[in-house]
Design a binder for this molecule. Structure first.
Ligand SMILES: Nc1ncnc2c1ncn2[C@@H]1O[C@H](COP(=O)(O)OP(=O)(O)O)[C@@H](O)[C@H]1O
Ligand SMILES: [Mg+2]
Length: 361
């Protein structure tokens, strides 16, 4: 049997470059072991911090040493006849990877890829877009106010008054697009709020401010295209004040609890909500849906959806999927099958209308 050539892509321009290398090491290892090794050939592709693409035998290990020496560059061809990979597996977190941009490139190149499509990826990355869609479908989200950098510059005082009146303090200030809590501040005073708005505005032209909730952080893993499955919830037990970059990746004081200790009824409610959130965004392949459970009044909120969640063999997403008896090796195999399946399905679409077709005639 001809092996399927999988281009595993890692690194990238985002702040989560290193995290991506760790996730990719697990993915590559899983594709090269057991039954997968008979089925797949892995091509390692690294994107450096400047956005340059490289490939070579030992690309991941060379990238881990913060080097690109000895690696070759990549040539893109828009001619399907020239394709040298069967599917791309982008293991990239954050902007320029998880946000629809690289997915758009694959669409242009006509290469199947693992994970969410362009619109699901970009919507999931943009906290304001995502919340607008969930809200319109009646799903619960934390009260928030959206604004632009320009509005902030022109009207800071009025904006601060509005936030304090409508949401109160403390509140969370976030850039609309980003991840790993970069640019996010919990503002406790009016002065904090002013600084937090300016900080978030450095990262994006749109920001949002949310009411601070006394949260338990509950997450579900969703897997599939048209008939996705949703895992039982897991919980992140946050060590610091909130789940920020340092807490996640530097001091490692946060832990996970799988499954989360929850009333069955609440757990089921969260699972159903996660599934609906996934479908509303037209996700495919995989996503991790993050929810908040208010410790004070028991209310449940959708917080965000990650279309390429942390993906080492001990990360929350693969661990949650194990509840279905799907081991990490099977999970990466399944994701490739789902990516190929969705590509096949897309081939059925007419690209443009043809005069003389039945409905046009
Ligand atoms: N409204 C909120 N109330 C309480 N905590 C919050 C709120 N929003 C965010 N947080 C805390 O900040 C962390 C990061 O926020 P999040 O919206 O998930 O951004 P990111 O995309 O960077 O992960 C959350 O995991 C949570 O700990
Ligand atoms: Mg988050």
């Amino acid at each position: 049997m001809k092996k399927t050539k999988v281009a595993v892509i890692f690194g990238g321009r985002s702040g989560e470059h290193e995290v991506s290398l760790v996730s990719a090491a697990s993915v590559i290892k899983a594709l090269r072991s057991g039954d997968n090794s008979e089925k797949y050939d892995v091509i390692e592709i690294g994107i450096d911090r400047k956005g340059r693409w490289f490939t070579g035998e030992n690309c991941l290990n060379i990238f881990k040493k913060n080097s690109v020496s000895g690696l070759g560059s990549i040539r893109f061809s828009t001619d399907p006849e020239h394709q040298t990979v069967d599917i791309a597996f982008p293991v990239l977190h954050g902007p320029f990877g998880e946000d629809g941009t690289i997915q758009g490139l694959f669409e242009m190149l006509q290469i199947p890829y693992v994970g969410c499509n362009v619109v699901a990826s970009s919507t999931a990355m943009d906290k304001l877009q995502c919340k607008a869609i969930w809200k319109s479908a009646g799903l619960p989200i934390v009260p928030h106010i959206g604004l632009t950098r320009k509005e902030l510059i022109e009207n800071e005082e009025a904006i601060i008054r509005k936030i304090i009146n409508e949401l109160g303090l403390p509140c969370f200030v976030k850039p609309a697009n980003l991840g790993s809590a970069v640019g996010i501040t919990k503002a406790k005073t009016e002065k904090d709020l002013s600084n937090a708005l300016k900080e978030a505005a450095k990262y994006d032209r749109r920001l949002l401010v949310e009411k601070a909730v006394n949260v338990r952080e509950i997450e579900c893993a969703v897997l599939g295209n048209d008939n996705p499955i949703v895992s039982p919830p897991g919980e992140v037990i946050v060590g610091g004040e909130f789940y920020d970059f340092y807490d996640k990746y530097v001091n490692g004081i946060s832990t996970t609890q799988i499954p989360a200790k929850l009333d069955t009824e609440i757990g089921e409610k969260i699972r159903n909500m996660a599934l609906e959130a996934y479908k509303l965004l037209d996700c495919g392949g995989l996503a991790r849906v993050d929810c908040f459970l208010d410790r004070d009044d028991g209310k449940i909120y959708l917080n965000e959806i990650n279309t390429m969640p942390g993906f080492t063999s001990i990360s929350m997403y693969p661990k949650l999927i194990e509840a279905f008896g799907i081991k990490y090796e099977n999970l990466v195999d399944k994701l490739i099958i789902l990516g190929l399946e969705r590509f096949e399905e897309k081939q059925k679409n007419k690209v443009s209308f043809e005069s003389g077709s039945d409905w046009y005639a």
